[in-house]
Ligand binder design. Structure first.
Ligand SMILES: Cc1ncc(COP(=O)(O)O)c(C=O)c1O
Length: 466
């Protein structure tokens, strides 16, 4: 692991609850880690979204927030940061990433129109479908193979995309979406070369190419490290080169931009941006704040600059590599190659005795919490199944690393907890869903256990804390 290019100035206390307390909390949460209270969690690896530590520069910038309803100078500073870092002409702030996705879907998706994407992201797909669109997966097959060592599993399958584009009139394609550090594949990057080929295809067919640039910094680092000929390029230049291949982008700024709240819809097309500004007043707020405060925009502008700092991004990615390396050494099944923002456990191999209908990744996430207060997230059938369609896709547990928050000792502790559960994996039963929400069910679904989780007599042997 590389040494972090920061030191800690403010700390937040955390505590490990006792095993009976954790068991009670888990049952009350219906075996859904989203429904746990954060006070009951020791190491919180639920998400990297909005959970980063702010820098002193971000905090200082917040003091300069201009809370004017219209014409806020904080907006113009944000606009400048986006333009300088990514080159997009128009900047529309939103309350978070899904606010930008909502606007984009309203702008570009008509009933029956197609969005072609590398795999999917939950909220991205939901907004497209709510607008009547049809989501088409054009990811490379390696994206869905946790054992493939392909260095760019976030790539688009160019042949598949070519077929989709050739089969439809251009007005039937709403946009082509390419997600950086593809979350659902395990935080896997696309290559610059692949994106350039996607660009050629979209230009040829006259359809917009929109990046989900939420994790563009980490994707850029992988391009620099893995793609022939890119190692010598300056990091900020490479970020910009990626962004310049697209017509626009959606950002959840709660990740790479180190802010607790905020998102951006960035566009190059003047007319589309004008329409987006008309819509933003309906759904988010005036175009000069778009659902966040002036001080949020200041923190975001500064965070965007920090997200282009190679040492910061390199340290962050090395944390996943460290945790993943410990788990690999111990024979724990994880997704390879190691991704950017998280280590993904392969629940199908971890719990081969739990069938996919019994939610192995959900059960494994519950077991990790029970064993050591470590909170993770299911990324399997609960998140991925679509209506009544059969699902036999990946069954992953995401150990997501908040930026600039946890130390090497915390990560070593997490590795010990995972190892402890792996050694007792026969004591992790499946689950039955008892409540299924209509939308994005993984957030609030509830479950009951189909057996006893980690026999109390055994689980009572507490893992040693850092
Ligand atoms: C790739 C990607 N796109 C979009 C979003 C949605 O952003 P938000 O949670 O800020 O609404 C997320 C959130 O996790 C994400 O990972």
């Amino acid at each position: 692991m590389t040494a972090p290019p920061w030191k800690i100035k403010v700390v937040e206390p955390i505590a490990l609850r006792s095993e009976p307390e954790r068991r009670r909390a888990l049952e009350e949460a219906g075996y859904n880690t989203f429904l746990l209270h954060s006070d009951d969690v020791f190491v919180d690896l639920l998400t990297d979204s909005g959970t980063s530590a702010l820098s002193q520069e971000q905090r200082a910038a917040m003091e300069l927030g201009d809370e004017a309803y219209a014409g806020s100078r904080s907006f113009f500073r944000l606009e400048q940061a986006v333009r300088e870092t990514y080159g997009y002409r128009h900047v529309i702030p939103t309350h978070q990433g899904r606010g930008a996705e909502h606007l984009l879907a309203k702008l570009l998706v008509e009933p029956g129109s197609i969005v072609a994407s590398n795999l999917y992201f939950t909220t991205s797909r939901e907004h497209v479908e709510l607008a009547g669109g049809v989501w088409v997966d054009v990811s490379v097959p390696e994206a869905s193979d946790p054992l493939s060592a392909h260095p760019f599993k976030g790539n688009v399958d160019l042949e598949a995309l070519g077929h989709v584009l050739a089969a439809c009139a251009p007005e039937l394609i709403a946009f082509v979406r390419v997600e950086a550090c593809l979350n659902m594949a395990g935080g896997q990057p696309f290559s610059l070369e692949n994106l350039a080929r996607v660009r050629e295809l979209t230009l040829e067919h006259g359809v917009p190419l929109i990046l989900d640039a939420t994790r563009i910094s980490e994707n850029t680092l992988f391009v620099k490290d893995r793609e022939p000929g890119e190692a010598g390029r300056a990091f900020p230049e490479l970020i910009r080169a990626i962004a310049e291949l697209s017509d626009g982008a959606v950002f959840s700024s709660k990740k790479d931009h180190f802010v607790p709240i905020g998102g951006v819809l960035a566009l190059n097309d003047d007319e589309l941006a004008e329409r987006a500004r008309e819509l933003v007043v309906v759904y988010e707020g005036f175009p000069h704040y778009g659902g966040i405060a002036g001080h949020d925009m200041e923190a975001l502008a500064q965070g965007i600059r920090e997200s282009a700092d190679e040492a910061t991004v390199r340290h962050y990615v090395s944390q996943s590599a460290y945790l993943g390396g410990l788990l690999l050494e111990r024979g724990i099944p994880i997704v390879l190659p190691l991704g950017a923002h998280a280590v993904f456990l392969d629940a199908k191999r971890f719990l081969p005795h739990v069938s996919q209908e019994e939610f192995p990744a959900q059960a494994l996430a519950a077991a990790l919490y029970l064993a050591g207060g470590v909170r993770s997230m299911e990324r399997g059938i609960v998140s991925g199944q679509h209506g009544d369609e059969p699902y036999d896709g990946l069954e992953l547990v995401r150990l997501t690393i908040p930026r600039r928050v946890y130390t090497q000792e915390h990560l070593a502790y997490v590795a010990d907890v995972v190892t402890g559960v792996f050694e007792r994996r026969d004591q992790v039963p499946g689950l039955r869903m008892t409540y299924e929400p209509e939308h994005l069910r993984f957030f609030q679904a509830r479950f009951e256990a189909l057996g006893v989780f980690l026999e109390p007599s055994v689980a009572v042997a507490e893992p040693s804390t850092p």
